[in-house]
Design a protein. Structure first.
Length: 352
């Protein structure tokens, strides 16, 4: 059998938090093997963080050491080789790499600085893979156009529903299909709180439980008032429906409006309250809304125990639904791998 040549592929991380570190850990094991089978040998040549310094080494950074330094709260600076690099932006503009993995935190209202990071790499003619919703929600059209102009890829499978294949499904498996709209339950924190209220737990207690479990932030407004779902709705509408919506333009109703009495009444009637994200077309305009809805038990959006549900409404395939049973860091790291395999162009990396 002919031996397939292995090409080097250099990665730069903008952000080295939970997702990036999980991806880096698995690079030393299954991810590395899958990528080699797909014809690439990966080397990490640059890492930028917010508060743990940055490091560039064209020969390849020692990943195990980098992981240990950041986990122990130390700076990556001792790993740096070459001229000093002042900032993430300078690293993105000058470091030697082929693919930027943009994994910095989401800033929901502006999508920055992640959008600027993505644009800077694309302008250099370098590929970008991200799990950050910000650039997709705020600038999907512009960034896709920039990528096309520079003949590189801008891929973002991890941005919505972790690693569940939404954007790749739309691009590869639903070719030629038009997305008329979608409905989704995309925020797991509010689903969890509403489910606890169905069991008779008061709203404040259900919220405190979610905070104690680490699934809700100390400031829960991002989840409860629909901002998280609005950012995801924009990312989906902009990437799948060619919209140019911004999160602030999505109509939002908070789940705080739902009283214990309303939950009890729905339960008695065999219904469930869920925070539902919807988008659709009104002529050429795309509208989007995030609001609590009372749904019958048989509705696909009421999938008990699911972290997320999305039902796409298409012209040629009718409704196509995705149910995410459990999402998190592992699934998001996988989305990064899946996008990287697409960039590598070496097929699925499956054993023959
Ligand atoms: N966690 C998930 O399951 C999940 C699921 C889907 C999507 N996502 C998205 O994936 C991205 C990464 O998530 P995560 O959970 O890994 O986040 P995280 O643990 O909070 O890590 C964020 C990383 O970005 C770094 N950072 C902050 N500002 C930066 C800047 N200006 N330039 C470069 N790096 C910067 C942080 O460095 P310091 O720690 O030094 O400040 C940290 O290393 C986010 O956009 C998130 O919304 C995450």
């Amino acid at each position: 059998m002919p031996v397939r040549p292995v090409r080097p592929l250099r990665l730069a991380f903008a952000g080295f938090g939970n997702v990036a570190r999980r991806f880096a850990e698995l690079l030393g094991g299954p991810y590395g093997r899958i990528l080699r089978r797909a014809g690439v040998s990966v080397r990490v040549t640059a890492i930028a963080t917010g508060h743990h310094g940055l490091a560039v080494d064209a020969r390849g950074l020692p990943l195990t050491r980098a992981l240990a330094l950041v986990r122990e709260g130390h700076s990556l600076a001792p790993l740096h080789r070459g001229k000093p690099v002042a900032s993430t932006r300078a690293l993105i503009a000058t470091a030697p790499y082929d693919v930027l993995l943009e994994l910095s935190p989401l800033e929901p209202l502006t999508g920055e600085p992640a959008t600027a990071h993505v644009a800077a790499a694309l302008r250099r003619g370098l590929h970008v893979v991200t799990a950050n919703k910000g650039p997709v929600a705020h600038a999907a059209g512009r960034l896709k156009a920039l990528a096309r102009r520079h003949r590189v890829r801008f891929l973002h499978e991890g941005a919505v529903m972790d690693g569940f294949p939404i954007f790749n499904l739309a691009e590869r498996c639903l070719r030629g299909v038009e997305f008329r709209g979608f409905g989704g339950v995309l925020n797991s924190t509010t689903t969890r709180i509403l489910s606890r209220m169905e069991a008779g737990v008061p709203f404040d207690v259900a919220l405190a439980e979610a905070q104690a479990a680490g699934v809700a932030e100390a400031d829960p407004a991002f989840d409860l008032d629909g901002w998280d779902a609005a950012v995801k709705t924009c990312a989906l509408a902009n990437a799948l429906m060619g919209a140019t919506l911004r999160p602030a333009e999505v109509e939002r109703v908070s789940v705080r409006e739902i009283t214990a009495q309303a939950v009890d009444k729905a339960t008695l009637e065999g219904k469930r309250w869920r925070l539902v994200a919807r988008a659709g077309r009104d002529g050429r305009r795309v509208w989007a809304r995030v609001a609590p809805e009372e749904l019958p038990l048989g509705d696909l959006l009421v999938s008990d125990g699911a972290d997320g549900v999305l039902v796409l409404d298409t012209d040629l395939m009718g409704e196509v639904g995705l149910v995410e049973s459990a999402g998190g860091v592992d699934q998001t790291a996988y989305a990064v791998l899946s996008d990287l395999l697409e960039v590598a162009g070496g097929g699925g990396g499956r054993p023959s």
